[in-house]
Write a protein that binds this ligand. Structure first.
Ligand code: PMP
Length: 442
């Protein structure tokens, strides 16, 4: 039997051996863009509570909406019956997804990706093309941690251990210019990765149900920002070869890239879009898979044609109420423009203070989504030795300056809420510089 001091939790994506020996940040409450621990110490929420928070914590409009909905209807299923908050949210979301007309709710990003994959595969089967059973995915992709989503995700320990149990996508290279074998040394991107997709679809397009991408920014792969036009070129190839395009906007959605959705940056309409994280302003778990009428219609008919998927809490009314309140804020305040202005400031400060640092190989940014890639040597671009745990140590040191951030390997990620204040942006950048200096000293 565990004793009273026994720590009861096993944390997600966390090496517990490390967690148990490091100082523990216990968040007691949050206000605005700050997390506050039990002793009252404040930390700027530099990763928006895992890329989700949009308007800051405790926004009264969202909190009131949650409270009011909780008093009226806490939960009722969407399996075969319906409720007003979900209907209203579907209506209010669709204008943000031009060309699409049906919203399927789940509770988290990974599930919504699973839905998108199943929709694509079953769509092809239902319209008489069951041979289209392959998914095409980008190298270094991340689409969530359930097995279907891991299947289309990139390689690494995260995937390899489950490899025998996963379906194998066809892959094409991602636009990782800094480490691209084809164009890292070239003056401009050579489009080699898009051309590789063309070759792949020319050879095997008839087997393909869909191409799935994180549009413009691959998040968990290391905030890898594709050049302008990359997404539109993928869309054009999908059209040419008659395959669906799935845009996973779980990380990029709700203003993080500067636009409401990354697809808007290039006027691209995917056949299926996936949204999560910021959909409720980052307050409650909800996600959506949004499809065109053409995809939807392929599922009409006999029982065997319906989509065989649905979670208990899909489209929970309290979550929908939070999402509606968050949309109110997008529609009635200048949150998007504010986020863009703060992103520009973040870019300036990073260029001035972080990019020149000897431990920094590249600063990548699209809107507020920022990655600072650490290197051992700027000339050779050699990564820091893994035992140095450089990314992790920079982030840990940032806490001494009252900033909470989390790395992805050697990439220090910054992704504050859109509501971040100017002085908080400064504080984040100062904390990163402090962390870098600390690591540089050894
Ligand atoms: N897709 C993308 C692009 C993501 O970044 C994430 C989460 N980081 C997911 C899917 C999975 O979302 P969730 O953690 O809510 O399952």
């Amino acid at each position: 039997m565990p004793d009273a001091d026994h720590y009861p939790l096993w944390h997600p994506f966390t090496q517990m051996a490390r967690f148990e020996r490091e100082p523990r940040l216990v968040v007691a409450r949050a206000e605005g863009n700050r997390l506050i621990d039990a002793s009252g110490a404040e930390y700027v929420d530099g990763v928006a509570s895992l890329w989700a928070n949009v308007h800051g914590h405790g926004h009264p409009h969202i909190v009131d909406a949650i409270r009011e909905q909780a008093a009226r209807l806490q939960h009722s299923t969407l399996l075969g019956i319906t409720h007003e908050p979900a209907i209203e949210l579907g209506r209010r979301l669709l204008p943000h997804f031009p060309g699409r007309s049906r919203v399927f709710f789940s509770e988290n990003g990974a599930s919504a990706v699973e839905v998108a994959l199943k929709m694509a595969l079953q769509y092809q089967a239902n319209r008489g093309q069951p041979e289209r059973r392959r998914i095409v995915a980008l190298d270094m992709a991340y689409h969530g941690d359930t097995l279907g989503a891991v299947g289309v995700g990139g390689a690494g320990p995260f995937r390899d251990v489950y490899a025998p149990f996963l379906f194998e996508p066809l892959r094409f290279p991602n636009a990782y210019r800094y480490r691209c074998a084809r164009c890292a040394a070239a003056p401009a991107c050579t489009d080699a990765c898009v051309n590789a997709l063309r070759d792949l679809l020319e050879a095997r397009g008839g087997e393909v149900a869909a191409v799935i991408v994180e549009p413009r920014v691959q998040g968990a792969g290391g905030i890898i920002v594709a050049p302008e036009g990359h997404l539109a070129a993928i869309r054009a190839l999908c059209d040419e070869f008659g395959v669906l395009l799935i845009a996973d906007e779980v990380a990029t959605g709700f203003g993080k890239t500067g636009a409401m959705f990354a697809c808007d940056l290039e006027g691209v309409t995917p056949d299926i879009a996936v949204a999560g994280k910021g959909i409720t302003g980052g307050y409650l778990p909800l996600s959506a898979t949004v499809a065109t009428e053409e995809v939807y219609r392929a599922f009409l008919g006999g029982e065997e044609r319906k989509l065989f998927h649905g979670h208990t809490y899909a489209g929970n009314p309290i979550c929908c109420a939070a999402a509606l309140a968050s949309l109110d804020l997008f529609e009635t305040t200048d949150v998007l423009a504010r986020g863009r202005a703060r992103a520009a400031l973040l870019g300036e400060l990073l260029a001035e203070r972080v990019a020149p640092h000897p431990l920094v190989g590249e600063v990548r940014r699209q809107g507020l989504m920022t990655g600072v890639e650490l290197v051992a040597d700027r000339e050779t671009r050699a990564p820091p030795p893994p035992e140095r745990e450089a990314g992790w140590r920079v982030c840990l040191a940032a806490r001494e300056r009252g900033v909470f951030i989390r790395p992805l390997g050697d990439v220090v990620v910054l992704m504050p809420p859109l509501s971040i204040e100017e002085d908080e942006v400064e504080r984040i950048v100062e904390a990163v510089v402090h962390g870098l200096d600390r690591i540089a000293r050894g």
